[in-house]
Each structure stands twice: as structure tokens, then as C-alpha cells.
Design a protein around this ligand. Structure first.
Ligand SMILES: Nc1nc2c(ncn2[C@@H]2O[C@H](COP(=O)(O)OP(=O)(O)O)[C@@H](O)[C@H]2O)c(=O)[nH]1
Ligand SMILES: Nc1ncnc2c1ncn2[C@@H]1O[C@H](COP(=O)(O)OP(=O)(O)O)[C@@H](O)[C@H]1O
Length: 190
């Protein structure tokens, strides 16, 4: 009974925070993905991402890969297998394009969580508070991918569970409810 919770939404909406909450409170490990973007302060190799050069990035076997704000990102079959060796329920943080591919490839094994905030202007503050370099924040917010991911894509309508993450206390309660109902739902055999 293997399942993937795909956490998606615009930058700063709290995808990584939600994924860490699921690990800490429900023992749901995260699939570590690969990127060519530089490490942010505090990020660790193999914990936050596998940090790659454009050359090493090509050497993995990807279920899907994208370019986001000029860097490459990809989820490898190796990373998926590693997470499934720890648990039957795992999470992954993806842009909306990756979320669509996961639904297409893994079908009913995927549950999509789309995070939103009421005021997207707040996201810039969140990124600065997170310690992102100002230049990176500017480029990120200017990117087509950022603007695209503020809205639920048509292909995920009726598929994704939309969750507002303005107030972290309320989000935690929503997540507890979401996970309880997910665990109660019968899932397909692996
Ligand atoms: N499709 C896809 N998206 C990914 C992958 N890894 C990370 N992302 C997404 O790439 C975008 C940029 O990630 P990141 O640079 O960590 O910035 P952040 O969203 O501001 O934390 C986010 O939407 C991530 O969810 C991946 O393997 N595949
Ligand atoms: N509900 C919330 N209210 C305020 N700050 C939040 C909330 N959720 C997450 N954050 C903070 O916002 C920043 C961006 O969150 P993060 O999980 O890194 O977003 P994403 O992975 O979607 O880019 C982090 O500093 C995080 O601690």
C-alpha cells in the first residue's frame, strides 16, 4: 500500500514546512530531490536536496525533471525507492508541473496537497525571513514558474486538496485531519 503525498504550491507557501511536520508528527519521510540551485544557509546535502552540478544532474534516472527559475530540479527513481524503503507513505515537495506528472505516472497512489496564502505579497517577507539572498528572492518572484504556481492548474482541479497556510496553528490542525482521513481511506495494493 504505497502512497505519495505531493505537496505543491508557490514558493514560500510552506511546502517544506508542511513536509517536515509530516515527518516529525506522522513519521512520513520526504523523497529527497535533486537540484542545481546553490545551497541556502543551513541546507544540508542529502537532507534538503541532493545538490548537483549541471553535469552530475544528468547522471540520475528521473521520474520527472523541470527547470524552475533558471535551475534544474528532478525527482529520481533512486530517491523514491529510498523513501519507500523507510515507509509506505512518503511525501515529496514539487512545483505544479511535477505534481501533474506524478498524478499522471502514479495515478491513485498520489494525493496532492496544494498550499495557498490569502495575500501573496506576504510571501516575499517569508522568503527574506527564511534567509534567502535578496537577489535570489527578486529573481524567484519575477519567474514565470512562481506566477504559474500561485494558481491551481486546471489539470489538478478536483484532484488536489487545497489548504490555506496563513496561520500555522490552524494549518497544523488541518494537516492532522487530512492525515487521519488519508490513513482511513483504503489505498491500492503496491
Ligand atoms: N518538478 C519538481 N519540482 C521540484 C523538485 N524539487 C523541488 N521542486 C520545486 O522547485 C521549486 C523551487 O524549489 P526551491 O528552490 O527549494 O525553492 P522554494 O520553493 O522557495 O523552497 C519549488 O516549487 C519546489 O517544490 C523536483 O524534483 N521536481
Ligand atoms: N503559516 C505560516 N506563517 C508564517 N510563516 C510561515 C508559515 N508557514 C511557513 N512559514 C515560514 O515561511 C518560510 C517559507 O516556508 P517554506 O516551508 O520554506 O516554503 P516553501 O517550501 O513552500 O518555499 C519559512 O521561513 C517558514 O518557516
Amino acid at each position: 500500500m504505497k502512497r505519495v503525498i505531493v505537496i505543491t504550491g508557490a514558493t514560500g507557501t510552506g511546502k517544506t514546512t508542511v513536509s517536515s511536520y509530516l515527518t516529525e508528527h506522522f513519521n512520513i519521510p520526504r523523497i529527497i530531490t535533486h537540484t542545481t540551485r546553490p545551497k541556502r544557509p543551513g541546507e544540508q546535502e542529502g537532507v534538503d536536496y541532493y545538490f548537483e552540478t549541471p553535469e552530475t544532474f544528468k547522471q540520475n534516472h528521473y521520474l520527472e525533471s523541470v527547470t524552475y527559475a533558471n535551475y534544474q530540479y528532478g525527482s529520481s527513481l533512486e530517491g523514491l525507492a529510498r523513501a519507500f524503503s523507510k515507509s509506505d507513505v512518503v511525501s515529496i515537495v514539487l512545483d505544479t508541473k511535477g505534481a501533474e506528472t506524478y498524478v499522471h505516472e502514479l495515478k491513485s497512489r498520489v494525493t496532492v496537497l496544494f498550499l495557498t496564502v490569502t495575500h501573496p505579497l506576504l510571501l516575499e517577507e517569508r522568503l527574506k525571513q527564511r534567509g534567502d539572498q535578496l537577489e535570489m528572492v527578486k529573481n524567484r518572484l519575477k519567474s514565470d514558474e512562481y506566477r504559474r504556481d500561485l494558481k491551481l492548474p486546471a489539470a489538478l482541479k478536483g484532484v488536489a486538496k487545497i489548504m490555506q497556510n496563513d496561520d500555522w496553528q490552524k494549518t497544523q490542525l488541518r494537516l492532522n485531519k487530512f492525515i487521519s482521513s488519508l490513513i482511513e481511506t483504503k489505498s491500492p495494493q503496491a
